[in-house]
Design a protein around this ligand. Structure first.
Ligand SMILES: Cc1cc2nc3c(=O)[nH]c(=O)nc-3n(C[C@H](O)[C@H](O)[C@H](O)COP(=O)(O)O)c2cc1C
Length: 178
């Protein structure tokens, strides 16, 4: 797919069909995610691919409830000690952000849907997945095929945050100085 089409097609999807994700597609997504840039090329990101339905059901209770429908959930983690910090910024968050976006755009290109989720209880997610203490869980995303008929919960979530809206260029771009 043309790159600009991938960008404009990507949307946060909150209702999933029960169609399984093909192994080759999952592999390609992870391969392209792996190529993301990172602080000093330290590659602090780690991904947990969850397909066990009982675990995904548990996520529904400790994060967004609609997550339960997803055939795959990918949990993005990082070791903060394996990245840098400067000007008070922890760069492991940037590293994960970049690679997650590569994951999300590759999934879009392959006809799959995702939704970055920051609303979760980290302690509980770490317990379900045996994540070591020194590792941070930064975000997670369902991965699967969008349901043809969008759920009411999804419609409401989109309305609340105004998902379709974007600021105008003039509101976000300064010329020559702030
Ligand atoms: C860091 C981050 C955290 C987010 N957390 C959630 C979340 O917990 N639940 C949710 O439904 N969507 C979440 N979203 C998705 C945003 O609501 C969504 O990206 C935004 O409304 C724009 O819509 P779009 O992605 O469809 O373009 C998150 C997005 C980002 C980047």
């Amino acid at each position: 797919m043309e790159f600009s089409k991938v960008i404009s097609l990507r949307k946060s999807i909150r209702s999933y069909s029960n169609k399984q994700v093909e192994k080759e597609k999952l592999k390609k997504i992870l391969e392209l995610t792996r190529l993301a840039p990172s602080w000093a090329n330290k590659q602090c990101c780690r991904y947990i691919v969850v397909t066990d339905q009982s675990k995904i059901d548990e996520f529904g209770g400790i994060s967004n409830s609609w997550l339960k429908q997803a055939p795959v959930v990918i949990v993005a983690c990082a070791d903060p000690n394996d990245s840098g910090s400067r000007n008070g910024m922890e760069y492991y968050l940037v590293d994960v952000g970049i690679s997650m976006q590569q994951l999300i755009l590759t999934a879009t290109d392959l006809g799959l849907s995702t939704c970055w989720i920051g609303g979760f209880n980290e302690t509980k997610i770490k317990k379900v997945l045996d994540v070591p203490n020194n590792i941070k869980v930064v975000g997670l995303t369902p991965l699967g095929y969008a349901k043809e008929k969008e759920s009411l919960t999804s419609k409401i979530a989109k309305k609340i945050v105004g998902s379709e809206k974007r600021k105008l260029l003039d509101e976000i771009v300064h010329k020559e100085k702030w």
